[in-house]
Structure formats: structure tokens, C-alpha cells
Design a protein around this ligand. Structure first.
Ligand code: SF4
Ligand code: SF4
Ligand code: SF4
Length: 336
């Protein structure tokens, strides 16, 4: 049989390969979602305690040597007076955003109300950014679980930007040697025995640092308390020696966010409004995306499907190029 494109493609992607795909697809199973590290540290952000003062945003900038960000609309007016980032970016690792509805008269209410949301890396238990990074520039500490980015190892492929379900890693397009930027949980401060800057300055305890397992217990205590009950909200670090912030238990959503979502996160949230109103993805699986995608990858490579497909493509391109070359030299009579 003379080789032509139809026959070649049949051979390359035909029945044998189809059979492998079907067999391996049946065998596909995601790997287990990774467990919380033994001494996992994290943060409980209680949106109902947040007063939107943005002390955490300023402290984050100072602690991490990040420049101010001035909105274009504010430039030229009182220039430089306001750091006015509207979202996290290469210059802003942490931002306070607001949910608003209707008259916006009542805090922490979904209708005619408003609520604050603190946005930065959630330090996922089984992070996609680590899973997709081809050069291990994204790392998860096996003891504390803090997810850090190493700019020296990073090749700027931006897989982490696409892979993160919370749209956290930010690529700096404005510099000659662009880099990824994200919250590193103030690892440099933690190494000195200090608190992450945002938790250190928060006046109400809305951003609370601590052991993740203990923070989960604290979240459950608040959810289990009676609405209106006077409560001593810890500030700075859970179990630390700071004075607490005394306030009444608000009407919370019935659960906290980050316990199971996408395999769990080490930054967790309490809120008076539904979590999707704060921009958090809901209706997500308990399994991490990393466990699912690595399962597929493993299956594809185990069955040699991906390499076979790649090889087929390369062979076809080589054959096509050779054919064009031959056609240029001889008269084009072969049936394609
Ligand atoms: S929130 Fe995004 S950047 Fe942060 S650990 Fe999770 S996947 Fe990585
Ligand atoms: S932990 Fe540090 S880097 Fe992360 S948001 Fe808070 S202050 Fe910024
Ligand atoms: S410092 Fe605390 S209260 Fe102020 S905006 Fe940040 S999280 Fe909210």
C-alpha cells in the first residue's frame, strides 16, 4: 500500500491507539488529595470583624517592599497620596475588596448590604500552582505548608497563573525580567519569630494567624456560639498574649470556607454573606485539582498515550515537510 496522508493518519491515530485510550480512560483514577502538613500554619479571616481599614494592605506593602499603586483616575489629583490597588497585582500582594448590594446600608448582609473581603494566596493544602510548575519554583513547605515562589528558579512560563483556582499568582509585565508575585505568608518574618504583617497590625483580629487545626476549632467555636453573644475575639496570633477584641457574635454563614474546598486551604474564611459573593469559588469538589490533573497525567504517560500522540504528530509533520520538499523537486503526481 502506498503511504498517503489518509493511510498515515489511520496508522498513527487509528484502532490500536483508540483501544489504548479507551482502556486507560477506564483505568484512570485521581490520586489522593494531599494531607495537611504536621505543623501547618494559616490564617482565619473573619469578614464580619473586618472594618476595611486596610492597615493590612499598607503593612503588607511595607513588609514586602512593594510599591504603591495609583489608579489612573487618581493620577494628577493629589498625586501619590493614595495607594488604590483594586485587586492583587505584581505590586500588591494583599487587597481588601468590598461586596455591595442595593442600598449598602447594613454590614455583612447580602441584600442592601456590604461586606469586606481580604484577597491573597490561600496557601492551599494541595496547591495547583506547585503541581503545574515545571521547574519546582513553586514550593510547599512540608512542615508548615506555606507555599512560596522562588524567583531564581522561575522560567516565567505562567502555568501557575493559569493553574491557580483563586487567580492569585500575578505576572509582572512591566519589567525587563518579568517575575511572578504572590503572598509568601511573610516567610521572612515568620523565620524571625514574627507574625505575618497583616495579622500583626489588624486591630480587630479579622486576620488571625495560628496553627491551622486550632484555627479550625476557633472557627467552629464562633459558628457554634449564639448570635448576639459577647465573644472575646483573639487578635494577632491565636493563643498569643494580646488583648482580645470584644464584640458580639454576628449572623454567620453556616460553615467556614477552606475546610474541604478543593482539598482545603490554610487561609480560611468566616462570613456573613455567601462565600461566592466574596469571590470565592463555591460548588467545587473536595478533591484538589492537582490530584485530578496529576491522575490524568499519570494515566496518559502510564499508557504512553501522550508520547504516542506526540510522536504521531512529529512523524506526520516530518512526512509532510519531506513530501513538500519532494514535490518541489518532482512533478506532483502522488495521490494525497
Ligand atoms: S491560592 Fe493559588 S497560588 Fe496560592 S497556594 Fe493555592 S494554587 Fe497556589
Ligand atoms: S501574609 Fe504577608 S505577604 Fe501575605 S498578605 Fe499578609 S502581609 Fe501580605
Ligand atoms: S487590618 Fe484587619 S480590619 Fe483592617 S482591613 Fe485589614 S483585615 Fe480588615
Amino acid at each position: 500500500m502506498a503511504i498517503n496522508r489518509r493511510n498515515f493518519l489511520k496508522a498513527a491515530t487509528g484502532s490500536a491507539l483508540t483501544a489504548i485510550v479507551a482502556e486507560e480512560a477506564q483505568a484512570f483514577s485521581p490520586r489522593e488529595t494531599k494531607e495537611l502538613p504536621p505543623k501547618a500554619v494559616g490564617m482565619l479571616y473573619d469578614s464580619t470583624l473586618c472594618i476595611g481599614c486596610k492597615a493590612c494592605v499598607a503593612a503588607c506593602k511595607q513588609a514586602n517592599d512593594q510599591p504603591l499603586e495609583i489608579l489612573e483616575s487618581q493620577q494628577g489629583w493629589n498625586e501619590g497620596a493614595w495607594d488604590s490597588a483594586i485587586d492583587i497585582s505584581a505590586k500588591t500582594l494583599n487587597v481588601i475588596k468590598a461586596y455591595t448590594n442595593g442600598e449598602m446600608t447594613q454590614k455583612d448582609r447580602e441584600v442592601d448590604g456590604y461586606a469586606f473581603m481580604k484577597r491573597h494566596c490561600l496557601h492551599c493544602v494541595d496547591p495547583s500552582c506547585v503541581s503545574v510548575c515545571p521547574v519546582s519554583a513553586m514550593q510547599k513547605d512540608p512542615i508548615t505548608g506555606v507555599v512560596t515562589h522562588n524567583p531564581d528558579a522561575c522560567i516565567g512560563c505562567r502555568y501557575c497563573v493559569v493553574g491557580c483556582p483563586f487567580s492569585v499568582p500575578q505576572f509582572d509585565y512591566e519589567t525587563p525580567f518579568p517575575q511572578i508575585h504572590k503572598c509568601q505568608f511573610c516567610s521572612h518574618l515568620q523565620a524571625q519569630g514574627k507574625l505575618p504583617a497583616c495579622c500583626d497590625v489588624c486591630p480587630t483580629g479579622a486576620s488571625l494567624f495560628g496553627d491551622v487545626r486550632e484555627l479550625k476549632e476557633e472557627a467552629k467555636r464562633r459558628l457554634g456560639a449564639e448570635e448576639g453573644e459577647v465573644y472575646e475575639f483573639p487578635r494577632g496570633k491565636l493563643g498569643g498574649d494580646r488583648d482580645s477584641h470584644t464584640a458580639q457574635i454576628p449572623k454567620y454563614q453556616k460553615d467556614f470556607y477552606g475546610d474541604t474546598e478543593l482539598g482545603g486551604t490554610q487561609v480560611m474564611y468566616l462570613s456573613g454573606v455567601p462565600f461566592d459573593k466574596l469571590g470565592l469559588p463555591t460548588n467545587v469538589p473536595d478533591k484538589s485539582y492537582a490530584s485530578i490533573s496529576e491522575g490524568i497525567q499519570h494515566t496518559l504517560y502510564k499508557g504512553m498515550i501522550a508520547p504516542l500522540t506526540l510522536l504521531s504528530g512529529l512523524l506526520f509533520m516530518a512526512y509532510r515537510n519531506r513530501k513538500h520538499h519532494d514535490d518541489d523537486e518532482q512533478s506532483p503526481k502522488e495521490d494525497l
